[in-house]
Design a protein around this ligand. Structure first.
Ligand code: FUL
Length: 475
């Protein structure tokens, strides 16, 4: 008979509110990936193709999926999502269900498959691969009728069964209007809440790719952030009251902040283009966002707990333009410079409260670099302080916090103080934390910093605390 194991371990905190699935946890860790807007629009200089474009115009003479994916990887991105089909209906893969595709283009004499070549390149370079399949299709004769729904699902089935694992399926919200529609050239309106029968579409994705994250205005797995400017909200709840919501719905600022009383875990994803347009236009070559602008976007999106989907549109050659590629690398170098040395790792860390005084929940876990450990307090303790102390003076400017979101999103308010001139002074403050919060504070020279969690919906459970100087190369 085995001896009974007696454990003195204090039980972990109970989850609070909705919690992420395993696939969502994995998705949060990706943080940053590329969007590729590429179709006939690239050749017509349009943003929304009408649907009457001749496939013969699609001719990316220098498209090389490996080179392109290499730029994405070198930019520090962890995946890419391609517009397999935008509103114009042109398919970047040789679909069995329409002649409106690369099969009837000059690209590789009709033998090419942009989707398949990118999926293979991602696999080879250890990048995640995702697809955008526009529900609105301005080419298809049956759009607006039931036959189109069958077509759309058949396309989705091709994309989710032919190309290996798909980490994200992107359902954009633009829907219905004028178009070519097989020659009808008319306006077709649909009821966004009922036409596509979204629950059936979502069930199909779950069946074919159980780990894929579905994006839309209404999740179900991640949500649009409500703008295309690169902004997340400083108060950002991952929760959403999903009941009654549907892709393409108009939910205003709720999508930016989330619902504090959300019933489901539906975190925000920030989609923004490195250029003014989503598609490549030579006239915008001198309007590629600067590194400073990209850093602002980084702090507002990733820094506020969102994932960042940054669009870098291939040009007519099929290449990421040299200016964009150079900008992506410069942006990476700048992030590395700012976040290279985590000063918190060299500090001694002490909390005023540790759950059951059990070392399993000690504050040292905040700086141990592990994803599976955390600092927690006793139930009923919704405010707590952790202090960091160094043997020498440090220059501190930025803070990165992470909650252990496996147990839900809990913290509602925090402040940061540092000792300067012998007294504690506040150098920063924030509200929610969630998967991550990066805060730029007043630059301070100090040997003592403390984080005060001032409001939390249940005992706080934090995974990580990192601190950085203004320029990590000097430390
Ligand atoms: C929107 C589309 O209308 C835009 O063209 C772009 O694809 C953007 C990411 O989503 O719904």
């Amino acid at each position: 008979m085995k001896p009974a194991t007696v454990s003195n371990r204090v039980p972990p905190p109970q989850p609070c509110g909705p919690v992420p699935s395993t696939a969502q946890l994995d998705w949060h860790a990706l943080e940053y990936y590329a969007f590729l807007h590429f179709t006939v629009n690239t050749y017509t200089d349009q943003e929304w193709g009408f649907g009457d474009e001749d496939p013969a115009i699609f001719n990316p003479t220098e498209f090389d999926a490996r080179l392109l994916a290499g730029i994405v990887r070198d930019a520090g991105m962890r995946g890419l999502i391609v517009t397999a089909k935008h509103h114009d209906g042109f398919c970047l893969w040789p679909s069995e269900h329409t002649p409106h595709s690369v099969r009837f283009s000059p690209y590789r004499q009709g033998k090419g498959d942009i989707v398949g070549e990118l999926a293979a390149a991602c696999e080879a370079l250890d990048l995640r691969f995702g697809v955008y399949l526009s529900p609105w299709d301005r080419n298809h004769p049956e759009y607006g009728r039931e036959a189109y729904n069958q077509y759309y699902r058949a396309q989705l089935t091709e994309l989710l069964t032919r190309y290996g694992p798909v980490f994200e399926v992107w359902f954009d919200g633009a829907n219905g209007g004028d178009g070519y529609y097989g020659g009808a050239r008319e306006e077709r309106r649909i009821d966004r809440s009922s036409y596509y029968r979204w629950p059936e579409v979502q069930a199909l994705v779950r069946q074919l790719q159980p780990d894929a994250i579905m994006f839309s205005d209404a999740g179900p797995d991640c949500r649009w952030v409500g703008n295309e400017d690169g902004h997340g909200a400083a108060t950002n709840w991952a929760g959403l009251r999903l009941q009654g919501m549907h892709p393409g719905g108009n939910y205003g600022s709720r999508l930016t902040t989330g619902d504090a009383d959300g019933t489901h875990w539906v975190p925000a994803e920030v989609d923004v283009s490195i250029r003014p347009g989503w598609f490549y236009h030579a006239a915008e070559d001198d309007r590629v966002k600067t590194v400073d602008h990209l850093l602002d976007i980084y702090h507002s999106s990733i820094g506020n707990g969102c994932n960042l989907l940054l669009n870098v549109p291939p040009d007519r050659r099929g290449c990421i333009h040299e200016i964009d590629a150079e900008r992506l690398l410069a942006f990476r170098r700048e992030r590395e410079r700012l976040f290279r040395a985590d000063l918190a790792c060299n500090a001694s860390v002490h909390a005023d409260q540790v759950r059951g005084k059990d070392p399993a929940y000690a504050a040292a876990h905040l700086v141990d670099g592990r994803a599976d450990t955390y600092w927690a307090t006793d139930d009923g303790t919704n405010a707590a302080t952790v202090e960091l102390e160094w043997p020498r003076i440090q220059t501190i400017e930025r803070l990165r916090l992470e909650e252990f979101i496996e147990l839900g999103q809990r913290v509602e308010a925090f402040a940061v103080d540092a000792v300067s001139g012998g007294v504690w002074r506040q150098i920063g403050a924030g509200t929610t934390i969630g998967p991550r919060r990066i805060l730029t504070m007043k630059t301070v020279q100090t040997d003592r910093v403390r984080l005060r969690l001032t409001a939390s919906r249940a005992c706080p459970v934090l995974r990580r605390l990192s601190l950085y100087g203004p320029d990590a190369t000097t430390v």
